[in-house]
Design a protein around this ligand. Structure first.
Ligand code: UDX
Length: 430
């Protein structure tokens, strides 16, 4: 099939590459000239493991890059829906993409199926896209569930494919598009498909906030939350995935989508008590590290604190929603000097985050003379730091492991004052 991907961000680029691998002829349509030029040269303008090589394999063959949408059997709209000030989704890119398609499609030699992959509030495809395009195209909603850092694997091997359609016309083209995917395919209404995406992300975020609250309780009880979660996950009705306690969830999806769903609920006169709790727990969670530092250092004023990890999770240079932001701000507000380090996201943090932080080029530089070190992102390189490095470099070897990524017992043995979030035994599994 001829497939047009409108919007070459994480979702669009990854989806385009994977559909080209599957044998479709894909055009990646991107309005941003710099991004377009980079992609046409085979450079992925963001960090995503394996995507450069996968793009190189299909570029110039089954995949091309363009500035304007060309005739296609299926067009997948993959533009961003960032949060507005009030938490609602900003649909301006979606409207622009639908207007562009509406202007182009009438002159095509075929009637396409246009599927909305962007995450949109339930009812958006009906209210916003259908009036613009419904006359010229068959419409579908086809949410995407890929994660940054494992986007390729998620897109190649999805758990399920969800497609919402207004009528039968769009169903067969969407079946053909994903014919080679061996997973359950759910065909349903547009609003159901739209809500499946929000509900999935909201439930994953709920699991994390739940685990984070249990972690704080566990810590006070002197038990290890990881042991608790492991045993909880053995119940076949539950599972331990996304019950990893830490400093909270970030990224471009969970915070934005839970806020957007909360906004939708309020508009529908439903009080979103659960979603409120998920977000307020997530707002409070990063402050664990700040509280620990304040207590162990007897105040923050004049202290030097190293923050290891600025990306919202390992494997990405993305700092959107990163829990490093509230941590750095709270430390600076308390009078501390903050030195940040990240193997990949330092530059993005400096460019996009308004926070008082000095960036260190190496872990050693970040630790030099520090009174405390907060591990914020579980990059594998941090787990490999020799315990002696903390003792030798820091003024006071206080290590606050916000992601439970370090070996607490060996750090304690080396002379570090170690605190692991949700670990009441302070690193010792006795
Ligand atoms: C998420 C969804 O997983 C994906 O299905 C959706 O399409 C987009 O949003 P992503 O934001 O890329 O993907 O990252 P994910 O791996 O889900 O992590 C999100 C945040 O939750 C990160 O900050 C991560 O550190 C945190 N997290 C995740 C935890 O704190 N504990 C966990 O157990 C899992």
């Amino acid at each position: 099939m001829d497939v047009a991907i409108v919007g070459a961000g994480y979702v669009g680029t990854t989806t385009g590459v994977v559909l080209a691998e599957a044998g479709h002829d894909v055009t990646l349509v991107e309005v941003d000239a710099d991004r377009r030029d980079a992609l046409a040269e085979g450079e992925v303008p963001f960090h995503e493991p394996g995507l450069d090589d996968a793009l190189a394999d299909v570029l110039g063959g089954r995949l091309t890059v363009a500035g304007k949408v060309e005739p296609a059997d299926v067009a997948l709209v993959c533009v961003g829906t960032p949060p507005r000030e009030d938490g609602s989704a900003d649909l301006s890119q979606l409207k622009a993409a639908a207007d562009d398609l509406a202007a182009a499609v009438p002159s095509w030699d075929r009637r396409p199926t246009v599927a909305v992959k962007s995450t949109v509030p339930p009812g958006t495809t009906r209210r916003v896209v259908r009036p613009r395009l419904g006359e010229h195209a068959d419409l579908a909603v086809n949410p995407e569930f890929l994660r940054e850092g494992s986007a390729l694997a998620d897109a190649r091997d999805p758990d399920r494919i969800v497609v919402g359609t207004f009528d039968d016309a769009a169903e067969q083209p969407m079946r053909d598009l994903y014919a080679d995917r061996d997973c359950p395919k759910v065909f349903t209404t547009p609003e159901t498909a739209e809500l499946v995406k929000y509900a999935s992300n909201a439930l994953l975020a709920t699991k994390i906030s739940f685990a984070n609250e249990i972690a704080l309780i566990a810590e006070q009880l002197g038990v290890d939350v990881d042991d608790v979660v492991e045993a909880v996950g053995m119940d076949h009705r539950l599972n331990a995935a996304f019950l990893g306690a830490g400093l909270g969830f970030g990224g471009s999806c969970f915070p934005k989508d839970v806020q957007a769903l909360r906004h939708v609920a309020r508009e529908l006169d439903v009080e979103p008590r659960m979603l409120d709790a998920v977000l307020s727990t997530n707002d409070a969670q990063p402050l664990w590290a700040v509280r620990q530092a304040r207590t162990l250092l007897d105040g923050l004023d004049g202290r030097r604190v190293a923050v290891l990890g600025l990306a919202f999770k390992p494997g990405t240079s993305d700092v959107r929603g990163s829990r490093a932001v509230p941590i750095v701000r709270a430390l600076a507000d308390g009078g501390a000097t903050v030195v940040g380090h990240d193997p990949m996201a330092g530059q993005a943090f400096a460019e996009h985050v308004d926070a008082e932080v000095t960036l260190a080029g190496t872990v050693e530089e970040a630790l030099d003379g520090a009174d405390a070190c907060i591990l914020q992102t579980a990059w594998p390189a941090y787990a490999a730091i020799d315990p002696a490095t903390f003792v030798d470099r820091m003024r006071r070897p206080v290590v606050l492991d916000g992601r439970r990524a370090l070996d607490g017992a060996s750090l304690i043995e080396a002379g570090v004052t170690y605190r692991g979030l949700g670990n009441g035994t302070q690193g010792e599994r006795s």
